[in-house]
Design a protein around this ligand. Structure first.
Ligand code: AMP
Ligand code: GLY
Length: 430
């Protein structure tokens, strides 16, 4: 099976790494990939993974590449190509592709769409209103005492969510998004949710249009600094499983969220094949959905795929073809921890091109995998090339051992200005 993976981050490195272990995989490309992805080899025939210099949003070039190479399966990592309709395009040309189609991608590309869907189909979520009028939006925040979260409707690189403590902040947030257009057209409409207190966890489910197979629990660390301080980021580290949700609570959450979700999709004519990633707040009144993502999480993928025992090529094919019901997801009983090493300054501006040392030492450590995110090869050296640079991942019999192993690997790696959190998974161990 010849497979093309689209994307260039840590999530895509994890997808490539896992697909490369499948005996079905005979050739594997990644567009555009990164320096770590280019070092992978296929378990079946030893062939190297090839990076193709095509951007993840260059839909026509990706289509031409998949056609020319006769790819049997294309796997889409990031949200943007999904929202642009890459799945619809490939299907129109008779190519097999894994990921949600454009209609299903709306769950992530439009927060208004998601909020209205959740309310219509009884999925537990925050009390909320959706607005395209500034005054109506401000009147609504007042009914919440100003303690609320104002969200730009469209994709805003994870930045279009403003958390407000009082009415003055809420009005400022509404103005910023709707009047000053801080996130461009994404802010023409807003969702305003009540502020929910609780512990936040990530939920993932693989869907095939009919069934949704839930993953174990995991938790991301979105803030830049230890103790959940600092700015919001794409995610500074993850671990799985998380003790904040028992197996019974996870099953209950699945019942309350995934069942009405799949029912609603059928009622609305949405063929949801791909990954569903609801962000969940565990509140005193039970789990509530904050948002839906229509793709694998990054860095959730790094901890999930180091625990997944199934053949990923088989699973993604079944998800694309609607035959998931004949597969049981199998997870190793180990715990996995991923610590993101980022460039100094991230999530603000940061330098690129810093030499990364110690990768070979980390690669030699048992039950450890360094997934690359923002890296490039320059003059024979691997250098930094993005905000999130590496996802240093380790797995072990339990969470304390996995955490210790991940940080041992982090300690062997160095680049100028490297920043990482020292408390990934610490909340779970208190
Ligand atoms: P979102 O992109 O909608 O997941 O929002 C980004 C982050 O804002 C989430 O990961 C939460 O930490 C926080 N957040 C979003 N909605 C709420 C809410 N209703 N109450 C409290 N925090 C929220
Ligand atoms: N881990 C956060 C995200 O993938 O959106």
């Amino acid at each position: 099976m010849k497979i093309l993976v689209i994307g260039s981050g840590g999530r895509e490195h994890a997808l490539v790494w896992k697909l490369a272990r499948s005996p079905h995989t005979t050739q594997l490309w990644c567009a555009p990939g990164n320096a770590g992805i280019a070092q992978e080899r296929l378990a079946g025939n030893g062939a190297p993974v090839e990076c193709a210099a095509i951007g993840a949003e260059d839909l026509s070039a990706l289509l031409a590449f998949a056609q020319a190479q006769k790819a049997d399966l294309t796997v889409v990592g990031p949200d943007n190509p999904l929202a642009l309709g890459i799945v619809d395009l490939f299907q129109k040309h008779g190519l097999r592709i894994w990921g949600v189609n454009q209609k299903a991608a709306q769950f992530e590309s439009s927060k208004v769409f998601s909020q209205q869907f959740m309310e219509k189909y009884g999925i537990p979520t925050a009390a909320a209103g959706t607005f395209d009028n500034v005054n109506a939006a401000k009147q609504f925040t007042a009914t919440l005492g100003g303690r609320c979260v104002v969200k730009a409707d469209g994709l805003a690189l994870g930045k279009g969510v403003l958390i407000c403590a009082n009415q003055a902040e809420a009005e400022k947030a509404v103005d910023e998004i709707m009047v000053d257009k801080a996130f461009g057209a994404a802010g023409a409409r807003v969702v305003i949710q009540e502020y929910l207190d609780g512990v936040e966890v990530s939920m993932h489910a693989l869907c095939d249009g009919r069934v949704a197979k839930i993953f174990p629990t995991s938790q991301d660390h979105k803030r830049a600094l230890d103790g959940d301080l600092g700015l919001n980021t794409g995610g500074m580290g993850t671990y799985s499983p998380t003790p904040f949700l028992t197996d019974a609570q996870l099953a209950e959450a699945a019942q309350k969220i995934l069942v009405p979700f799949m029912h609603g999709c059928q009622a609305e004519g949405i063929d949801y094949r791909g990954l569903l990633y609801p962000g969940i707040m565990l509140t005193a009144a039970g789990p509530k959905v904050l948002e839906f993502n229509a793709r694998f999480g990054d860095p959730e993928t790094q901890v999930y795929l180091t625990r997944l025992e199934n053949d990923l090529a088989e699973l993604l094919t079944a998800s694309a073809e609607g035959t998931l019901s004949s597969h049981e997801l199998q997870w190793s009983p180990t715990a996995s921890v991923c610590v993101v090493m980022a460039s100094g300054g991230y999530p603000g501006s940061y330098p690129k091109g810093k030499t990364i040392r110690g990768l070979a030492e980390a690669a030699a450590m048992p039950n450890t995998k360094v997934f690359h995110a923002g890296t490039a090869l320059k003059g024979g050296e691997i250098v930094t090339n993005g905000g999130r640079v590496l996802g240093v991942t380790a797995w072990a019999k339990d969470l304390p051992a996995a955490q210790a192993a991940a940080y041992r690997a982090v300690e062997t790696i160095a680049f100028e200005g490297a920043q990482f959190r020292r408390d990934i998974a610490a909340k779970a161990l208190k």
